[in-house]
Design a binder for this molecule. Structure first.
Ligand code: ZN
Length: 215
């Protein structure tokens, strides 16, 4: 008897087929919501952009819509060792390219700082800044801490404003390839020695713009 047949593979590789890009991940998530978040981070989509996933097995496309679908998916994935998943982004303004959504969404704009790398990360979320920070750190292997979080009724307008402001101040935005999730992050900033003051300054401008109804 060949004993190797009794052993089940411990992990499965999932190939995500997204618009414009394909990437692979080990299946480590326990819920459908978690794998959707993995996909959103990889595609640089905001947390609330709806996406639809479906297993592709040969000619067949199998729904991946609820947690029961996900359970069956996990069993099948571990049995075969690999699985293809189609990703459909359900928003006309969001494609695989980096582009903040144009819809009006209230939430939190935040600045995070990583004392290990001295990098600043700016972003928008519909979660709390702490939740988003924890999620980024677990995904990217970073040590970000929340420095500034400010509520906005239009987080993506605030985000565009922040990017415009930093551009106007000639603060070079260098896209950085992340060692943790291998994606090129464009929302990271190396702001130099006066970084904290720059962030406080930018935040003041943004608060003013929000308060005066510009954003
Ligand atoms: Zn990353």
């Amino acid at each position: 008897m060949h004993r190797q047949h009794e052993r089940e593979p411990l992990a499965a590789i999932v190939t995500y087929l997204a618009p414009g890009r394909t990437f692979e991940r080990l299946l480590k998530e326990d819920t459908l919501a978690e794998i959707k978040q993995v996909v959103r981070i990889k595609l640089d989509l905001a947390d609330d952009v709806p996406i639809h996933l479906a297993q592709q097995r040969g000619e067949r496309v199998i729904d991946l819509e609820d947690e029961e679908d996900f359970e069956a998916f996990c069993v099948a994935a571990r049995r075969s060792g690999s699985m293809d998943v189609r990703v459909i982004v359900l928003s006309s303004t969001n494609t695989a390219k980096y582009r903040p959504t144009q819809r009006v969404t209230s939430g939190i704009n935040y600045w995070l700082y990583d004392p290990h790398t001295h990098r600043w990360k700016y972003g928008a979320t519909t979660w709390t800044a702490d939740q988003r920070c924890d999620q980024i750190n677990s995904q990217c292997g970073t040590h970000f801490q929340v420095v500034v979080h400010m509520p906005s009724n239009n987080i993506f307008a605030t985000e565009r404003f922040a990017h415009a402001l930093l551009r106007a101040w000639n603060l070079q935005i260098v896209p950085v390839r992340c060692h943790g999730c291998e994606h090129v992050h464009r929302e990271l900033f190396n702001l130099g020695v006066h970084s904290e003051a720059t962030v406080r300054n930018a935040t003041q401008f943004m608060s003013l713009a929000i308060a005066s109804g510009v954003l």
